[in-house]
Design a protein around this ligand. Structure first.
Ligand code: C2O
Ligand code: CU
Length: 484
């Protein structure tokens, strides 16, 4: 029989090892929970090794592609933590190409600027063969992700993406949870990658993939408990795709946008550009039934995944979505806010900048994290005009703690998912559609649309502000905002 002392000792061990929550939950074909090492109660250490790993993709008939991934065995690794835990990351850059430096950006997290992972801006990039590290405590719950921040069209194109989930927002736990990462792959029938970026794509809506997938599979069939309330963390991690997400065959509610809880909204459909996330609660079908995750963006809707119900019913009552706990944040003071317009436009010409950059500073073009042509600008400034040794001025200078309204004005016939680092926007209004109130770190600007967003300037530093269609970002639609 165990003594009380042994019981207590056992309980202590149990709680320190579960503190970092390594539970394997949900659907993991292609997206796998990372097994971290508990380094102390309330902290977690995760090691990444960025490398080329030939991987058989189910959506590509099991044919092997030279993917770039963060870890062995995980197409999209998932790091799962509890709010309040500290994350220590070490990573080695083992990417196969000379000069292919890397850093890790933690998309959507309000963490100190020095941990933001933008080469030259917030840290020196890590060269192949070298190691880097990050150390921060995520301040918010939610569905976030991480990726590199240079040559991103190729890095995303090869799969170098992971999810970071901060738990602690559930008042009523769902019956199950699933993480879904939507991404296309640009491959030839012979099984090689096609160019990740093209002038035509970069100058228009982006260079699309040739095969669609969710977690690396075509239309996966996911087994779910019957008549259950399940949480879906849906990620659009494609470099270019705009989609219109909805479900067929069930009741569903949006419970968070970009990780930010909101008053549950019945989900008809929700338009999502690259980098945008949606947390959904839905009631699965009765036993034997199927619910379909759809993309309604194109004329012929596409089935992205199916949820097939198995086993005894979990619930019988009416479906109601309990709201998530919303993280405390400073509300934007709209009447006192300073207004700043940002115009997103095409540049007059697809100016070639390679020669300029090389002759003016003697740096290899790849070190600037830009394409060799520029097609886009924010307030008439195109990112390639600046390099890290000769940074242009910020797009704006904000004072920490003060409220601002950004007027995002799209002068182009294309959609642009506009993302700010280290902050979230309160989306206030659009001149083209009715938007419910929500917070987001990436806001989709439709063609010719004008959206007003509010924010309270956060941590001091240089924060990137860019389109998350990666070819647009690399072809000029990027700048930075200084918070003092
Ligand atoms: Cu997903 Cu500059 O970020
Ligand atoms: Cu864009």
């Amino acid at each position: 029989m165990l003594t009380r002392r042994q019981l207590l000792a056992g309980a202590a061990v149990f709680s320190s090892s579960t503190a970092a929550s390594f539970a394997l939950t949900g659907f993991r074909a292609g997206a796998r929970e990372v097994i971290g090492h508990p380094i102390a109660t309330g902290a977690k250490s995760v090691a990444f090794d960025l490398a080329e790993r030939p991987t058989a993709l189910p959506c590509f008939n099991g044919k092997t592609l030279p993917l770039w991934t963060f870890q062995e065995g995980a197409l999209f690794p998932i790091v799962r933590m509890k709010l309040g835990e500290r994350l220590k990351t070490r990573f080695k850059n083992d990417l196969p190409r000379p000069g292919e430096h890397a850093s890790i950006h933690w998309h959507g997290l309000r963490i100190p600027n020095r941990e933001d992972g933008v080469p030259y801006m917030t840290q020196q990039p890590i060269d192949p063969g070298q190691e880097g590290s990050y150390d921060f405590t995520p301040p918010d719950t939610g569905s976030f992700f991480f990726h590199t921040h240079c040559n991103s069209a190729e890095h995303f194109g090869r799969g170098l993406i992971g999810a970071l989930i901060i738990e602690g927002d559930e008042i009523a736990p769902p019956d199950a949870e699933y993480v879904l990462m939507m991404k296309d792959w640009r491959v030839s029938p012979e099984g090689t990658f096609l160019p990740f970026s093209t002038d035509d794509g970069a100058a228009k809506a982006g260079t699309s993939g040739t095969i669609r997938s969710v977690n690396g599979e075509t239309k996966p069939v996911i087994k779910v408990p019957s008549s259950a309330d399940v949480r879906i963390r849906f990620y659009n991690v494609d470099p270019v795709r705009i989609s219109e997400i909805g479900f067929e065959g069930c009741e569903a509610a949006i419970i968070a946008v970009d990780g930010n809880g909101l008053n549950p909204l019945p989900l008809e459909s929700w338009r999502m550009g690259p980098a945008m996330r949606l947390d959904i609660l839905l009631r699965t079908a009765p036993e034997g039934g199927t619910v379909r995750l759809m993309d309604f963006f194109s004329k012929i809707p596409v089935v992205l995944a199916e949820f097939k119900s198995e086993g005894p019913a979990k619930r019988s009552g009416k479906f109601t979505a309990t709201p998530l706990k919303v993280m405390p944040y400073e509300k934007v003071n709209v009447s006192a806010a300073e207004r700043i317009p940002f115009e997103f436009s095409a540049t007059a010409t697809g100016a070639a900048v390679a020669a300029l950059s090389q002759t003016s500073s003697g740096i290899y073009i790849g070190s600037l994290c830009l394409a060799n042509r520029t097609f886009w600008a924010i307030n008439k400034q195109a990112w390639p005009a600046m390099d890290h040794r000769n940074l242009g001025p910020p797009l704006a200078v904000l004072k920490s703690g003060q409220s601002y309204i950004f007027e995002l004005i799209n002068r182009t016939p294309h959609s642009h998912p506009i993302h700010i680092h280290g902050h979230t926007f309160e989306v206030l209004n659009s001149n083209r559609r009715h938007l419910p109130p929500f917070r987001a770190d990436t806001v989709l600007l439709l063609p010719k649309e004008r959206i007003e967003v509010g924010l309270v300037a956060g941590e001091p530093g240089k924060w990137m502000f860019h389109c998350h269609i990666l070819e647009h970002q690399e072809a000029g639609m990027m700048g930075y905002i200084t918070v003092v």
